[in-house]
Structure formats: structure tokens, C-alpha cells
Design a protein around this ligand. Sequence first.
Ligand code: SF4
Length: 422
Amino acid sequence: MSATIAGCGDAPILRERGQREVFCGLTGIIWLHRKIQDAFFLVVGSRTCAHLIQSAAGVMIFAEPRFATAIIDERDLAGLADANDELDRVVSQLLARRPEIKLLFLVGSCPSEVIKLDLSRAAERLSQTHMPQVRVLNYSGSGIETTFTQGEDACLASLVPIMPKIAAGTAKSLLVVGALAEVVEDQLRRLFEAMGIDKLGFMPPRRSIDLPAVGPGTMLLLAQPFLADTAHALEARGAVRLAAPYPLGAEGTTAWLQAAARAWGVSDARFAAATLPARERAERALAKFRAELGGKRIFFFPDSQLELPLARFAARELGMEILEVGTPYLHRQHMAEELAWLPAGTRLSEGQDVERQLDRCRADRPDLVVCGLGLANPLEAEGISTKWSIELLFTPIQGYNQAADLAELFARPLVRRMKLAV
Ligand code: SF4
């Protein structure tokens, strides 16, 4: 697929540098702790961090959670030795109580007391104490200048140095990177295997001890569009990224799978045999939503970094009219295929200046707005239907079988408003 044709590949971008309304990277813990089932996330933070995690997790806590917050109260520098001792004590207690934990993440946050703590040294020290039973890593979920999906990027990037090495000359392998719901991962695995691609790993894995190996010969397929640091770290270990759009919708999933198929020299016939039944089912399921959503006008506020692939799906597979696509950051290389697929002339913005974006949104009077939680209530009060972008991270939306579920996420707020109106 060429990224140079039509679309928005070279389109001008509004760059916004104003007030921001986003969750911080700690939020990623909510879906990551469900995915890596032998890991524990210990936030080193303040009461605010503890509240954020609890409220973001909300009703989603189904068992004893695999995350917690070690609250570091205000301390001066002289108190740092105590803070380290306290951290060691909390970690020892936790690991004694939860022997199923094999990987512990110390997750940094932004309060100044925490920034003073050297969590990478703490992780090294704690690893020495608790290895081989438990490995301790650290990353930052800090809210300064980040968006909430960057927490996943930072977490996965912290795993790269401990991934086993692939010896040079080993047959090539496929590494799918980005947290996916298990049901999605299983479907994708079956599709790859049907194409004959069976040297296959997923990152993050379900169990930390199954961390895939990486090295020259690893072909990298990003399943999420917000993993710039992780991709960079994997490339530094010799992996090669396969350029592709993201696996949202029937068309996006096909092109994403095709990127791997091409790299493996899978014949068109075998690719079609492996994918066509699921693709056709997805297209049939989308037809109903196309009838409902076709022509509806949609506006994306910058929040999750999923905005470009979502807009591409909404435009091309649901026939929606895209008013503006805001994204917190635009990684032109990782988004090249998505940009090429957006309708020419789509208004793109990078970064956030919430007041100006709200002005543009109000002037556009969209049928649906995809935005962060903080903007949803005021917009709803003004009569504009909204969809929380964070829901798109908690819901399985990738792959063929989920294409209609993704469309339904867009359709639901509109249906609800129609019902309220009658
Ligand atoms: S890391 Fe910073 S932004 Fe996030 S909850 Fe803690 S204090 Fe707030």
C-alpha cells in the first residue's frame, strides 16, 4: 500500500498548544493489569493518583486487583532514604502476600516528591532482592505532557530490555505489539496460523514469563497506534516494523494482516482462503450500521491517539462525514497509511487547545463527538451526542469479529439521543 497517494498524507495540520484535558498515563494500568496476569502495578504516587486509579477502574474491579498505590507523602530530600525504605517494605509485604506475582512494575507519577525518587534504582535494588521469583521494572505514568495511552507505551518499552534475544540467522518471526483483548488475540492468532505464519508472539504476553524473543528477523506489527517508544526500542534490538494501517474495521484488519502476509510471501489465494469468510461476515455486519451512520457528522477531540484510525474507519466503512480529527501527537511514519486513507481535505489538528477546539466543534454542530470524559458532560448538556474515547480502550474493537461492535459504539449515543427526543 502506498502512503503517498491522495488522502491526507501531506495535509496541513493545526498545531494546538493550549490548555489540555486528558487523563494521565496511569490509566493504562486498568487494561494492562487485566492483560498481563502475573504482573502487579504499584503506583508510587499521591492520594490524587490513588483516586484516579480507583475511579478509572470503577466497577471494573472483579477480583483482588493487581494494582495499588504506595502513597509517598510530602517529604524533603532528607526524607528520601525513608521513602526508599518504605517502598522496600511495602514491596516485601506485597510479594509475601501475593506469591502469584512474577513481575512488579513500579509506576512513577508526577508529584514532586515522587520525581525526586529514583525509581529505576529502586527497581534494580528490588529486583536483586526478589529475583528469581519476581522481576521488578519501572516506568512513568506521569501526567505531565502525556496522554493516557502513553502509559501503555512506557510500560511495554520497559519490557523490551528483558525480552530474550533471538540468535542471528534464526527464521523470521512475527511480533504483534499492543495490548489486545484475549478474544481478539485468539482470533488474530488463528488467522495468522491459517496463512502459515506460526512463529508468532504477542506483546504484552498474558504471562510475563512468556515474553517473546526479539532480534534481527523479528517483524513488528503494531496493533495500537500509540507505541512510538516501544517500537523504537524494539527496532534498536533489530526488529523491523511492517508498515500498515491499524486493525480497525474489515478493511483496516485486512490491510494489517496483508502487511504480514506480504512479508511472509503468502499467496493471494491462501490469504483469501484464510481471511475472506471473516471479512465478508464483518462487512455484512457493518452494512446495517452504514445505513444508520452514513452521512452523520463526527468530530474527534484529541485524547486516545486512536483518533486517526477511528476516523478512517468511520469515513470509509461507515460513510460518516469527518469534521475534524484531533490527535494528541501525530507520528507521521506510524500514521502514514492512515493519513493516506483519510478523505482528502479532512481537518487535522495535533495537540490540544480545548477552548479553541470547543469553538470549532460548536460551530460545526456535529452529530457525534468522540472526546475525553471531561468534555462529554458539557457537550451533552448542549445537545451534542458524545462517545468517551477511553471506552474504545476498554472494549475489544480490533479485528474482523469486532468491527460491528466498534460501529455500534458510534451508533449507540445517536440512538439514545433519538429515543430521548421522541
Ligand atoms: S500521575 Fe500526576 S496527573 Fe496522574 S493522577 Fe498522579 S498526580 Fe494526577
